[in-house]
Design a protein around this ligand. Sequence first.
Ligand code: NAD
Length: 503
Amino acid sequence: MNDLEISQAVSRVLSKYTKTAPQAAVQSAPEPVVLPKQDSIEAIVASVLAGRVNQQRPDTSPSAGEGAFATMDEAITAAQQAQIQYRHCSMQDRASFVEGIRKLFLQEEVLQAISRMAVEETGMGNCVDKLVKNRVAAQKTPGVEDLATGALSGDGGLTLTEYSAYGVIGSITPTTNPTETIINNAIGMLAAGNTVVFSPHPRSRNVSLYCVALINQQLARLGAPANLVVTVLTPSIDNTNALIGDPRVNMLVATGGPAIVKTVMSSGKKAIGAGAGNPPAVVDETANIEKAARDIINGCSFDNNLPCVAEKEVIVVNEVADYLIHCMKKSGALLLCDKQQIQQLQSLVLNDKGTGPNTAFVGKDARYILQKIGISAPEEVKVILIETERDHPFVVHELMMPILPVVRVENVDEAIELAIKVEHGNRHTAMMHSTNVEKLTKMARLIQTTIFVKNGPSYAGLGVGGEGHATFTIAGPTGEGLTSARSFARNRRCVMVEALNIR
Ligand code: NAD
């Protein structure tokens, strides 16, 4: 394959996720969701939520709130009542609710609206890539089929092992993937028989409430019990803490940074923590350098580097470093060499102490960031490339913006060693571009990340262009890995003694 063919193949894979999705998996065909025609986000939110979620007149009756409640207490009460009703639903019911949510979010106008709203409200990421992420969440999050029953039969009888609901799950969602996480968690948690109380990031309040309202409308159309998926009208840290502390909540799932992961893990409840990463991309001398460059730039710039899996630093073997940089420039990177400009950039995008990102620049696009240091970059620039030392703050800290530090090393073993160091034991994600099977195996074994992508962009690990299901809750700290319905279920054994075995 030549360069052009590879580039066309990459575009084809991505375009699959930006076109109308195949609907084969969808069973029922409920009424399409009618979206408001107005352009402004305020108008969309207002018309969907107003009159249904009324802060002045909070109404917690099952039919009125469309999932948003004035207080966390009311939201949990509703989810708990819904859980009691949900237990009477059949597996077929569950499957139909899940497929209804898929179908809802695979509608082009819904995808467009939530992607646009998320970018406008949070000021982070870009619509084109959010569309891809939302689509893959709706399409490739496993449903009830994920809950495979185990059976053991013998002289002693028949023993079944089944995945059973936890009950009420508190799901704390991030600002970086607000809608993707709600779609993904709602599908997986409902498939496993749970009801869900979402506590979204306050910075993505409107779009999160909008998604919850849409889900409630769709579930109502399908005849589901009310309030299977709920949230609060005013998401806040206090509300999240109320959710964490409420004894009626049986399981906590936190998708976010280290603070919230630590909090849920110390809660005394069953908790799933999906935390921060700092994914390195290692390139050795045996790699297809042109392809590695393209993959790294595509992965790093995806949704302006917001995904926790996205390439955050490159570690390259000296022998091929110049050529890799040359190819990355051809693939949409702008190499910043001027020391003063690099210093300016550093002061701009790091926080005051230099210990992490300045949140004002998280998820911004490369040209916007460059503009702030007086550089007007052409449209094709997607990533800002800088050659740095290995202990530079850009290498060490998770920035979540399309700034890519490149560190040269002598050989692949040194590259692997450094990659392990800068990943900080997050056990999150790493990439390696190499055709040396021995070294690929070595890095995979030593770095111990939940996702290890070989010769591809980071998003292949999320199911975009790679095999495997999609998730937006990657639980490294608590070990569930790429979560799916079964991660949100308890394992239960049911034993029939000396009967029902038929051999
Ligand atoms: P964040 O930690 O600021 O917020 C995540 C959620 O936790 C929000 O709902 C927020 O309101 C809440 N929260 C944060 N600190 C809290 C506290 N002390 N008490 C109570 N609630 C608290 O994260 P973010 O900026 O929204 O998202 C980006 C971070 O999340 C990055 O570190 C990224 O790597 C990580 N992330 C991880 C995954 C994964 O699957 N592992 C997915 C997406 C994002």
